[in-house]
Design a protein around this ligand. Structure first.
Ligand code: GTP
Ligand code: MG
Length: 198
């Protein structure tokens, strides 16, 4: 898919203030600092449209970007950031879950996972919850430029083993690097396919 137009629509921390115009949505979710905002910039080929930071906890609102006047790309706050209080983490997870259950046009969720880190309980639990609620998602591994191909393979095997403990079929997997641009075509094609059949 060619990105011909990108428009920032709005930023909100309240589920009652989501955009009035309903369009198919593709949202990016994952733990703080995993690279959600960077991936959105990479996909849209815009340097700092979505704000990124070396410090976790940068994105704290739901951000809608209208693409090609046809669909929304949605940047979400991170979950599971260790330095925030347990209460705050719980509140954020609940907020994200409420968004996912309420977004009537959510077509697919991209769950971002740091390729360098072994499967984490918070991510596994989150994906299980998505399964229970039948929310379609893709596993997107980020920062693959930061590890060797053998280390990447090893962690993919580990993920596979871990996921197969509770999943009969595995969701699609895409490997990405916001630095090299790897995975861009694959994600955009995936979105295009879903838009075509919907
Ligand atoms: P929150 O908004 O805090 O939840 O974080 P986020 O998931 O949006 O992460 P963000 O995109 O702000 O990136 C966090 C840090 O990781 C930044 O310093 C990025 O430069 C770095 N980063 C993100 N993606 C990649 C990547 O593919 N490769 C490398 N090497 N660094 C990356
Ligand atoms: Mg962010």
């Amino acid at each position: 898919m060619k990105i011909t137009q990108t428009e920032f629509i709005q930023s909100t921390d309240s589920l009652v203030h989501l955009p009035k115009q309903q369009l198919p949505e593709f949202a990016f979710v994952g733990r703080s600092n995993v690279g959600k905002s960077s991936l959105i910039n990479m996909l849209l080929q815009r340097k700092n449209l979505a704000h990124t930071s070396q410090k976790p906890g940068k994105t704290r609102t739901i951000n809608h970007y209208k693409i090609n006047q046809q669909w929304y790309m949605v940047d979400l706050p991170g979950y599971g950031y260790a330095q925030t209080s347990k209460k705050e983490r719980k509140r954020m997870i609940q907020f994200l879950r409420d968004y996912m259950l309420q977004a009537p046009t959510l077509m697919n969720l991209f769950v971002l996972l740091d390729a360098r880190i072994i499967p984490q309980k918070s991510d596994l639990q989150f994906m299980e919850w998505l399964g229970v609620h039948e929310i379609p998602f893709t596993m997107v591994f980020t920062k693959i430029d930061k590890l060797s191909s053998s280390a990447l393979k090893k962690n993919m095997v580990r993920y596979r083993e871990e996921m197969l403990k509770s999943w009969e079929f595995l969701p699609p997997v895409i490997q990405t690097s916001s630095h090299s641009g790897q995975g861009r075509e694959e994600i955009l094609q995936y979105i295009e396919q879903i838009l075509e059949i919907s």
